[in-house]
Design a protein around this ligand. Structure first.
Ligand code: BGP
Length: 485
């Protein structure tokens, strides 16, 4: 399988990723106030028994140990996010110096360990105060408040941090908006608001890009996008066309904004026809299209490919959004996104899936990288990729996660094939460095190289244990990707 004979390029960054609310814990410590994720996760504990964000992986107290483990694995980069509600607890106004100090300590520890920090400014965790004040991302006011927050963070870390990602996974926020944003009951049926939130995020993203370009010497910036290439279910022309429609609305609708400063026409026309298009105010597209707001790279979170088929608008189907598998039993996904007259997502019969119904498709990563590089000719990074799985701590005190090794091995080989075809990939940050709180499934669904000893109900001490994949990844990095066995 390991058909990788030549090393990855000199300077290629090897690391892993996490996000603040999923890993830090200390949700109300040292002046931090709740984010919308603290509230959303309390609700999922009540409804599904999934862990809250209160302790998560307790990285707040274990960060030095975690950085030491990352160094031991040989990381040369680490992608993490800043919790806005830790540094500006009310969303605006007073800065919490203790919160800022935590991130300074983390960045200092990383730099000292020779690990390049990659900061994500926003990963789903808007300060709860802003939700209470004006509905969070539903209001345009958030753009101005985000600007002040982003300016603070970029100014604080500009000397040590050169790689910045702005907003995590706008495409996934549109699909799964109640998991990623707090959406009040009376707004739930108003699906235009999904795209309005996205428009506000596009403005915030553009502002953050401009700030990095203005404030950070040699700084590079881009969004971190959840991306799944779309295959047609069959070779029938109508299915092929449906896959193109799905790709336009689910993928290019975001990447065209980042690189061309425009909304993809076909997708925008579809949204307008269905009353879903965002309200765009005078000056918005000028800001989004400002050359100083153009991304330098695209960071991609790739887990799976998707599949689409034709869906005629014959009055039998309604618009639906992405389904979720809450049980962790294969086949229990709650449904598929449907846009009558445009496309309908479906299971790809050619691919095996994880226990949560995510298709396993290393070639999809290669296809994505090739396609995006051909379209935009900009450097790409992988800022998430990984296998969510049940892990067992065995009696010998180990975690034999050969299934994860197999998944990562095949994806690294696929990434290398894309590089060998000329695609500029600059970093690989699989999800995740340590086990953490899943966005939809608590802590049973694990991703890390480092096991965190806790359950959904009991955070215990959150002790760290190296999994088999830890030692395997260490070897991969040391061999610059030539030893994948
Ligand atoms: C991405 C998110 C991450 C992470 C990952 C795995 O969409 O950016 O925050 O959680 O998916 O998803 P999940 O936790 O639902 O398995």
């Amino acid at each position: 399988m390991a058909d990788v004979h030549t090393p990855f390029p000199e300077g290629f960054l090897w690391g892993a990723a996490t996000s603040a609310y999923q890993v830090e814990g200390a949700a109300t410590e040292d002046g931090k106030k709740p984010s919308q994720q603290d509230v959303i996760n309390q609700n999922s504990y009540r409804d599904f028994g999934f862990a809250t964000a209160e302790v998560a992986s307790d990285h707040y107290h274990h960060f030095r140990e975690d950085v030491a483990l990352m160094k031991e694995m040989g990381f040369t980069c680490y992608r993490f996010s800043i919790a806005w509600s830790r540094v500006i607890p009310d969303g605006t106004g007073e800065v919490n110096q203790a919160g800022l100090a935590f991130y300074h300590d983390l960045v200092d520890a990383l730099v000292e360990a020779g690990i390049e920090p990659i900061i994500t400014l926003y990963h789903y965790d808007l300060p709860w105060a802003l939700v209470e004040r004006y509905g969070g991302w539903l209001s345009r006011q958030v753009v101005e408040d985000f600007e002040a927050y982003a300016r603070l963070i970029i100014t604080e870390f500009k000397d040590q941090v050169k790689l910045w990602t702005t907003i995590n996974e706008q495409s996934i926020i549109v699909q799964y908006w109640t998991q990623k944003c707090y959406i009040p009951e009376d707004v739930l049926d108003d699906n235009q608001k999904r795209y309005q939130i996205n428009h506000h995020m596009n403005l915030a993203h553009a502002i953050a890009c401009k700030l990095v370009h203005e404030l950070v010497p040699d700084g590079l910036v881009g969004a971190a996008l959840g991306y799944a290439p779309v295959y047609p279910l069959t070779g029938k022309p109508a299915d092929v066309m449906a896959a193109q429609n799905a790709n336009d609305l689910r993928n290019l609708y975001y990447t065209d904004i980042y690189f061309k400063g425009i909304y993809t026409e076909s997708a925008q026309i579809y949204l307008e026809e269905h009353g879903l298009a965002p309200v765009i105010e005078p000056g918005d597209m000028e800001l989004i299209g400002d050359p100083a707001a153009t991304s330098d790279f695209l960071a991609l979170n790739y887990y799976a490919s998707e599949c689409a088929r034709a869906c005629p608008d014959d009055g039998t189907k309604e618009i639906r959004w992405g389904g979720v598998n809450r049980s962790g039993k294969k086949g229990e996904i709650s449904g598929f996104e449907t846009h009558p007259g445009f496309y309908e997502m479906c299971k790809n019969p050619e691919l095996d899936t994880t226990d949560w119904d995510w298709a396993i498709d290393p070639v999809g990563m290669e296809y994505m990288l090739r396609d995006l590089y051909a379209r935009y000719n900009k450097p790409l990074m992988i800022t998430e990729n990984g296998l969510g799985a049940y892990d067992t701590l065995t009696e010998d005190g180990k975690i034999h996660d050969d299934y994860r090794i197999d998944y990562l091995r095949q994806h690294i080989a696929a990434m290398k094939r894309a590089i060998d075809k000329g695609v500029e990939v600059i970093a690989y940050c699989p999800w995740s460095a340590v086990d953490l709180l899943s966005t939809s499934n608590g802590v049973k669904k694990r991703y890390g190289f480092i096991y965190v000893d806790r359950t959904d109900d009991d955070p215990k001490e959150c002790a760290r244990i190296r999994k088999d994949s830890f030692f395997w990844y260490q070897k991969v990095i040391a061999s610059r990707g030539t030893d994948l066995d």
